[in-house]
Write a protein that binds this ligand. Structure first.
Ligand code: CA
Length: 369
């Protein structure tokens, strides 16, 4: 065997190969949104929301200043899902906590599913569509007299993208819109962005009031949130159950939400849970209609948008990943298996991947996190 040199034979195995990722054509960035179903039943066509710091992304030049390049897809990066960006005090975008709603085809029982949110396409324009996301959505660009089948009061209309309810004098001193459901409703959440313009903001305990009511036909209010200029009141089973003072409501947009699931009712203002009851009686107080209404003379209130979504308790939870760049995901290193023919010994080596670029090609690469 003398004179024969035994050369080790390298049997290279790429343990961490290069992964191809499908990309939304023309988009530079995405994040994965993991949605976990916290109940033991499938949720289908279910509305979920997640939060994105669009102010930071816009400041970095990664997103259009109007958020027009936001898209939501399934995990294939191809199948578009409907989405809507929740506005707040007339500000839709460029906020640290921009809330994006979408409708997910299936969140399996007690399991997770992953969707993606994309941004980074300067030529894209908004495809936000609340009507495609929610069970019912109204931005009050026009007065939908088909849906709002009961309209009362002397001055109910749509102005500058909001529902304007005004009442002057005389009886019955209220104004509003209502929709009648074909059957009693449950396992839904109702949300409206609302402001009380009162008639005299200097008046303490101003009786001028309005808000969101779920009505049991001919019986009373199944659940309701009423905004006065100074306080906010909650009603369940046609009885006043709680009252809060979170500062003047005069000319302040308040987000009012009523969540109903079986005999449970949650009531939230500005995303804060202020009242929770487990004694809602759906048989005595079935939700036959939803109303946006006001009471009080010489009095005006507005609704900017309103939507109804599916609701289950506990709700699914969402986690948004760090920013990802579509395309080839190249690992930092590969693991190589080496077997020596003379001894049969096996060793493993980790070989870092270094890309040496000619200076004029550096622009071909895009840096990520
Ligand atoms: Ca609106």
């Amino acid at each position: 065997m003398r004179g024969i040199i035994f050369l080790p034979i390298f049997l290279a195995v790429l343990i961490a190969p290069v992964f191809a990722v499908f990309a939304l054509d023309g988009w530079d960035y995405y994040r994965e949104v993991t949605i976990t179903n916290n109940v033991a039943q499938d949720l289908t066509d279910y509305q979920v929301n997640f939060t994105l710091d669009t102010a930071n992304l816009i400041a970095q030049g990664k997103m259009r200043s109007d958020c027009g390049d936001i898209r939501v897809t399934l995990s294939d990066g191809q199948t578009l899902l409907p989405y809507w960006i929740e506005s707040w005090s007339n500000t839709t975008c460029n906020r640290n906590t921009t809330k994006i709603w979408t409708k997910v085809p299936l969140i399996p029982a007690s399991a997770s599913t992953v969707i993606q949110v994309w941004y980074g396409n300067s030529s894209a324009t908004s495809m936000a569509n609340g009507g495609a996301v929610f069970e019912y959505f109204d931005d009050f660009d026009t007065l939908n007299t088909t849906y709002w089948d009961s309209i009362g009061g002397t001055s109910v209309g749509v102005t500058s993208g909001y529902l304007r309810l005004y009442y002057g004098t005389g009886t019955p001193w209220y104004a509003g819109v209502a929709h009648t459901f074909p059957s009693a409703q449950n396992n839904l959440s109702f949300t409206v962005l609302w402001r009380n313009l009162g008639s005299d903001p200097s008046t303490v305990s101003d009786p001028d009031r309005g808000g969101l009511g779920l009505q049991a036909a001919g019986i009373g209010t199944a659940a309701g949130i009423t905004v006065y200029t100074d306080i906010i009141r909650f009603c369940v089973n046609n009885a006043l159950v709680s009252s809060i003072n979170i500062g003047s409501n005069y000319n302040v947009w308040r987000k009012l939400e009523i969540q109903m699931s079986g005999t449970n009712v949650n009531m939230l203002v500005d995303d804060v849970l202020y009242y929770s009851a487990s004694n809602y009686n759906p048989s005595s107080y079935p939700v036959n209609s939803v109303a946006l209404s006001i009471a009080g003379y010489n009095h005006e209130e507005h609704a900017d948008w309103f939507f109804i979504r599916k609701y289950t308790f506990p709700e699914p939870s969402t986690i948004v990943s760090a920013e990802l760049i579509p395309g080839l995901q190249i690992p930092d290193a590969v693991r190589v298996k080496v077997q020596y023919l003379d001894t049969g010994a096996i060793s493993y080596y980790s070989i870092p991947i270094v890309i040496n670029l000619h200076p004029h090609r550096i622009g071909d690469l895009q840096s990520g996190n």
